[in-house]
Design a protein around this ligand. Structure first.
Ligand code: NAD
Length: 295
């Protein structure tokens, strides 16, 4: 079998077109959806994510406000900035690029964001709404994975979905969303404490890798005909590459593509969807603001 390669770039462009249309509908009311993007420090990967997000916002004719803060910025200063952005009616979403320097508490910072502007979906209120199935902002990467499954019409009802990773931003929310009634998968979460990992991953009709370990998922760990979604983005040293590294997913792509029925490439799979779902959350935040609707 040779897998269908899931074109995340093309699907993300569809989402972004729709977002642009929704943003345009707010224009006559003088509302331009605006995301405040805060980057603390100069981590090169974070910098490239932030730049990509701002470019995508501009392409959707939405606004961004760029806050580049020194790595030495104190927690109080960052919290004060978030307080000002919470009160600013021109700003509909606030994104603090993670990870933060170790002297700043990510938990305190995320919790300081007004849940109505929490377009990353990381605030405890957003997480609670997601778990309870109430309206709210869904975290972008897990939401993007769900959209990919839906767009490709990959059967999820009754399917066994195996999620590799239990982080708060990917693994845990994905597992939660996959078990929702409208998705209806049976979910197993694997992590560093999991024993006999290959015997579990081989049961996955849907296998989602979000471990952050290049090439962890080899063909012998995959069920014939599975849908394999690779969330991992790992920088692997490559002296032949211009930047000295190349991006690799958690999945051993070539051999796994021979066995799976669907597979996402890295790059070009989940990554573009994350940005598209962020834009969707920003326009949603602006629409709620326009409609005076609560979070
Ligand atoms: P994380 O380090 O917070 O979590 C990784 C999880 O994988 C942990 O829960 C750990 O228990 C599990 N794990 C690690 N090694 C394992 C192993 N050998 N066996 C079993 N489980 C193992 O990472 P994260 O923030 O969830 O991100 C995961 C990956 O996804 C990273 O490569 C990250 O760069 C990528 N990512 C991509 C996007 C995107 O838009 N494409 C977005 C977020 C994260």
């Amino acid at each position: 079998m040779s897998a269908i390669v899931i074109d995340g770039k093309a699907i993300s462009l569809k989402v972004r077109e729709e977002v642009k249309r929704r943003a345009g509908k707010l224009e006559p009311r003088g509302i331009v959806p605006c995301l405040a993007v805060i980057l603390v420090g100069e981590d090169p990967a974070s910098l490239s994510y932030v730049t990509a997000k701002e470019k995508a916002l501009a392409e959707a004719e939405m606004a961004s406000r760029d806050y580049r803060l020194a790595a030495s910025t104190g927690e109080d200063e960052l919290l004060a900035l978030i307080g000002r952005l919470n009160a600013d009616e021109q700003v509909h979403g606030i994104l603090v690029q993670l990870p933060l320097p170790s002297h700043i508490s990510e938990e305190r910072v995320i919790t300081a964001i007004d849940p109505r502007k929490d377009v990353d979906g990381f605030h405890p209120v957003s997480v609670g709404n997601m778990v309870l199935g109430r309206p709210g902002f869904l975290p972008c990467t897990p939401h993007g994975v769900l959209v990919l499954l839906r767009e490709l019409r990959i059967p999820t009802a009754g399917a066994h979905a195996v999620v590799l990773g239990r982080s708060n931003i990917v693994g845990k929310p994905l597992a939660n969303l996959l078990s929702r009634r409208d998705v209806n998968a049976t979910v197993t979460i694997c992590h560093t404490g999991t024993k006999e990992l290959p015997s579990i991953t081989r049961q996955g009709d849907i296998l989602i890798a979000a471990a952050g370990r290049a090439g962890l998922v080899t063909a012998d760990m995959v069920k014939e005909g599975a849908a394999v979604i690779d969330v991992g983005v790992n920088r692997v040293a490559d002296s032949g590459a211009k930047k000295g590294y190349r991006l690799r997913g958690d999945v051993d792509y070539g051999p796994v593509a021979e066995k799976a029925a669907w597979i996402t490439p890295v790059p070009g799979g989940v990554g573009p969807m994350t940005i598209a779902m962020l834009l969707q959350n920003v326009v949603e935040a602006a629409e709620r603001f326009a409609g005076g609707r609560p979070c």
